[in-house]
Write a protein that binds this ligand. Structure first.
Ligand SMILES: [Zn+2]
Ligand SMILES: [Zn+2]
Length: 373
């Protein structure tokens, strides 16, 4: 196996090819494949990517989102893997089914790495049994998706940290001595040795439903069929609604949910839950995603009845999120208007020194936000 130089010149002396061809495995992430490729050539991932892209620090960006055309062309020349196969290992196709915008710093429903230099604060999960059960350990595309919290094959809740040191999963920081991808880059711990945590059936139900929506391109809300983008926008709005209620900010919304047989007290409020969904841990997302399937089965007509019984106003619905999904238009129209600006003004007037516990909570949130930037 080659040592420091991760490639050798091709027969024409111009086209470099990797010494050891490394095929992309079933549902494998680009980042996982690049890391495996480096270890197979006998070098660190940083050495391999530095040879392929000398002027690009690939590990400071989210490479799983896909590669720019010029970078992709260089990679194809180096590795010899077909363009279509490399593109399939990215998550751009999943993102297009969810949103039409790709210019955001956080893509909706794609777990964010929270990158600082080459370090990640999170963003990658794994099933210990899937990772350890393979002859060749590798990371799946599904483990980057925010609605994935479980492994249906092993009845296991996914892990998002090292069982030994709790560090984030950062396979791209492994060195050549690691040989395999199932080791922690921080402490060398054996990731498949993580303890068994049974999955939450309701969270798995939502996961399967969302996978189905990506597969067929549409999903259900009551008796309506929605294009996948609208379905995910609605699910995201419902998550935001649960978070608002769990923060104790709206009694109207709380009653609305209870009228729909969702008990908000089942969700332990934590200030951390104010972070974007894509930055939350697996355990935090499970809490928020569990009730969503039931709410999606209900449909807009029952939403209207529940909202009227809870005396919900348009303002309280807009307080969840300024842009209420189109499919909830009939619900918005059915609600009475209220003077949102006057309500905000009166809230400002009533401001007074906050309780020490509230200030401490806010400090903890700020620390976590800063850490994840
Ligand atoms: Zn598994
Ligand atoms: Zn570790």
């Amino acid at each position: 196996m080659a040592a420091a130089d991760p490639w050798n010149p091709g027969t024409d002396g111009l086209t470099p090819v990797w010494v050891v061809p490394v095929p992309i495995l079933e549902d494998e992430l680009i980042s996982s494949w690049l890391t495996r490729s480096a270890l197979a050539q006998g070098c660190d991932p940083l050495v391999l990517t530095g040879a392929v892209w000398p002027n690009w620090r690939v590990w400071t960006v989210d490479v799983d989102r896909g590669l720019p055309e010029d970078r992709l062309e260089v990679l194809i020349q180096a590795c010899g893997v077909a363009r279509a196969r490399i593109c399939k290992a990215g998550l751009e196709d999943v993102h297009r089914a969810i949103s039409c915008r790709i210019d955001r710093s956080i893509w909706p429903w794609l777990l964010a790495y929270g990158t600082r230099n080459r370090r990640h604060r999170g963003g990658l999960q794994y099933c210990p049994r899937c990772l350890g059960g393979n002859h060749i350990p590798y990371y799946r595309r599904a483990w980057r998706l925010a609605w994935h919290t479980s492994c249906g094959n092993h009845g296991e809740t996914l892990h998002d940290g090292c069982p030994c040191c709790s560090a984030a999963i950062e396979p791209h920081l492994l060195t050549v001595q690691a040989i395999r991808l199932d080791r922690c880059a921080s402490c060398g711990g054996d990731l498949p040795q993580a303890e068994h945590r049974p999955l939450q059936p309701e969270a798995l139900r939502f996961q399967q439903l969302a996978d189905e929506v990506i597969g067929v391109g549409c999903g259900r809300f009551g008796d309506q069929t929605l294009p996948s983008r609208e379905w995910f926008a609605l699910a995201r709005f419902l998550v935001a609604l649960l978070r608002r209620v769990s923060s104790g900010k709206s009694w109207g919304l709380r009653h609305f949910l209870m009228n729909l047989d969702v008990d908000p007290s089942d969700i332990d409020f934590s200030p951390v839950l104010q972070l974007p969904l894509e930055l939350l841990s697996t355990g935090e997302r499970i809490q928020l995603l569990r009730p969503i399937t039931g709410l999606l089965e209900v449909g807009v007509d029952r939403f209207i009845v529940a909202a009227r019984e809870a005396r919900l106003t348009r303002a309280s619905l807009h307080s969840v999120q300024p842009n209420v999904p189109t499919v909830l238009g009939p619900l918005v129209k059915s609600l009475s208007r209220s003077n949102y600006h006057r309500q905000r003004k009166s809230m400002r007037r009533s401001e007074y020194p906050r309780a020490p516990s509230a200030v401490l909570r806010q400090c903890r949130l700020m620390h976590r936000r800063l850490a994840r930037r």
